[in-house]
Design a protein around this ligand. Structure first.
Ligand code: AHR
Length: 604
């Protein structure tokens, strides 16, 4: 195969092209990114989260343990428990085998109130065989609510249960958290292995909190950012759209912190005044009389992110420990909504207000759940009419669909709104999906003058707690399992070109029935680093099937023409999905094997 590299096409690659879609689905946050080991530590789980759930979900009571709601720690967190003398509450976290307590110190934080003239309480970490990893006294000194922090130190990493027991008197308990402590002595906010996995994707932006979580399955379930910031006790927990309890321990402020930690610009997506269409009776809209306040809330969000400490919401951010702005540049309005008159009205109000107050923010509109549907056309029409700068297109499709639409963006109108490919993935076989996605990403990059942003979805999934498949990164308490798609995303993000070069392929006709190889060449600056991807998908028997053994390739560069020497490696199943480098140096080579196996190994 020879790839003839031609002159730059004139398309400059968006430097924000590859980002992350972070939604609280598949226990991505509580039980995932949130480093807190305790499940339902706020005792606020209800049957609205999931039938059969309640305040003691995740807890095993022994003795006289009562659920109460009189004089709570906060109106937002109305439920707590009272433990009488001789009683105990046990929490095993998100795994029936117990929470994975790391070696070293973990910090227990909880709200306590003395409910008898004198009281004594202890916290402990115990293993299934009765071993005690750590045991400390919980100071109970006040008959009003008081925050208490105590450290529990374990000599080794072990599965354990957290116990809270009262020996004397009675104690009220709420908002229990147990967080491993980092080397600097701070209780961890996020799970470090997951953060590192995301960091390796070098995201230009992080979209949050959804997805459907943003607009919710009813007006009561809509995500309101102001209810997720400030002291933990004042945050309003909510049933998660995907059927579990959402503590809001990770709220908007923490999402912003995560973006900062990842070096990514934040991209909040707020409801466009309407909730999800998948509710009986269809989407409901915020009543007109409440829209001015809702519009103000959205403007306040931008001020919270970007305003100086002298502004009202910038001051709230500064009081939360972050005087510097978070650098928000993108704001999504709506997610996969039905684009009807009700939507157009609410969206129009929000868009006009944001555009006037913050003309530099790129507002992103929505195009419904998938290309070619009625909402897709209506979404484009509305966006063009209102001159919305960018629209959010979603594509959960088969690998075959992606491969059959590699020219899709070649035909997009360059004079209208730009495109954010906000949620997309290939489903079915993991291996085929990864290859099709790699091919699709070259098409996206080639059309980066119109497709400015892209994020695979969903991002994270706790094994055994998924509501959606496939996902980019799977995890258990002690393991992170990136999918093949993850490696493709990573490969594309690691070496970002600046300009697209024209190219032509010759000598690839050895499999006449196969679709042509997909190739993409980008240049960082003329004469320097070149990024090259060659994705070949196809087989003689089934047009969209990968066949092995496949080609491997080495890259030689002589300035203007790259020659790719393809060598058949008989006897091994594998496929090179891409490589790149400067002056012939191969820096990325992803060999993929065992594609029929869902738990396939991807070696780098
Ligand atoms: O990514 C999972 C879901 O897919 C999102 O919440 C929603 O926007 C889409 O339907």
């Amino acid at each position: 195969v020879t790839i003839h590299v031609q002159q730059p096409t004139g398309t400059r690659v968006s430097q924000d092209l590859w980002g992350l879609f972070l939604e609280d689905i598949n226990s991505a946050l509580d039980g995932g990114l949130n480093a807190d080991l305790v499940r339902n530590g706020d005792f606020e789980a209800t049957p609205a989260d999931r039938p059969g759930w309640g305040p003691l979900t995740g807890w095993e009571p022994r003795g006289d343990v009562r659920v109460r709601s009189d004089r709570p720690v906060s109106a937002a967190n109305a439920t707590y428990v009272r433990l009488a003398a001789g009683s105990r509450l046990t929490n095993r976290g998100y795994d029936p085998a117990g929470m994975l307590v790391p070696e070293g110190t973990s910090r227990l934080r909880l709200a306590v109130r003395r409910a008898a003239p004198s009281a004594a309480a202890h916290a402990s970490l115990t293993t299934a065989d009765g071993g005690v990893l750590a045991r400390v006294e919980i100071p109970v000194v006040d008959d009003g609510w008081r925050w208490v922090e105590v450290d529990l130190t374990s000599a080794g990493t072990a599965r354990a249960a957290l116990g809270i027991e009262v020996g004397v008197g009675a104690v009220d308990v709420d908002l229990v958290e147990l967080r491993p402590v980092d080397p600097q002595g701070h209780a961890r906010l996020f799970r470090p292995d997951l953060v590192e996995t995301l960091r390796a994707l070098r995201p230009a932006f992080v979209r949050f909190p959804g997805g459907c979580v943003a607009h919710g399955y009813g007006l009561d379930n809509m995500y309101h950012w102001k209810r997720t910031i400030g002291p933990r006790e004042d945050r309003v927990p909510m049933p998660n759209t995907w059927g579990y309890h959402q503590s809001m321990a990770i709220g908007y402020h923490e999402y912003f912190l995560l973006c900062e930690e990842l070096g990514a610009t934040p991209m909040p997506v707020v409801a466009a005044g309407v909730c999800c269409q998948n509710v009986p009776g269809g989407p409901q809209a915020i009543p007109q009389q409440r829209m001015p306040q809702y519009v103000q809330d959205v403007l306040d969000l931008v001020e919270y992110a970007n305003g100086g400490p002298d502004t009202r919401w910038g001051a709230v951010r500064a009081a939360a420990g972050h005087p510097e702005p978070f650098g928000l540049r993108y704001l999504g309005l709506g997610n996969e909504d039905v684009v009807d008159a009700q939507f157009a009205d609410r969206f129009g109000q929000l868009f006009a207000a944001v555009r006037e107050a913050y003309p530099d923010i790129t507002v992103i509109g929505t195009l419904g759940p998938k290309p070619y549907g009625p909402d897709y056309d209506a979404g484009w029409e509305l966006a063009r009419r209102l001159e919305v700068p960018m629209v959010d297109e979603h594509s959960y499709r088969s690998p075959r669909w992606l491969l059959q639409h590699l020219d899709r963006f070649d035909h997009y109108d360059r004079s209208g709104p730009a495109v954010y490919l906000g949620e997309w993935a290939a489903h079915t076989s993991t291996m085929r999906s990864a290859l099709a996605e790699a091919a699709y990403m070259t098409a996206v990059e080639r059309n980066s003058d119109v497709v400015r942003l892209s994020s695979y979805a969903p991002l994270l999934a706790r094994v055994g707690s998924t509501q959606w498949l496939p996902d980019l990164v799977y995890f258990t308490d002690d393991e992170v399992r990136p999918s093949p798609s993850y490696h493709v995303q990573r490969m594309m993000a690691e070496v970002r070109g600046e300009q697209v070069l024209g190219c032509a392929v010759t000598g690839h006709t050895d499999r006449p029935q196969s679709p042509p190889a997909v190739q993409q060449v980008t240049l960082r600056s003329p004469g320097s680093t070149t990024r090259f991807s060659a994705i070949r998908v196809g087989g003689t028997a089934h047009p969209d099937q990968l066949v092995g053994p496949e080609d491997t390739a080495t890259l030689a560069a002589d300035g203007t023409e790259l020659e790719v020497v393809a060598t058949r490696t008989d006897g091994t199943e594998g496929f090179v999905v891409g490589f790149g480098g400067a002056d012939g140096e191969t820096v990325h080579e992803f060999q993929v094997g065992g594609w029929r196996n869902e738990s396939l190994i991807l070696a780098r």
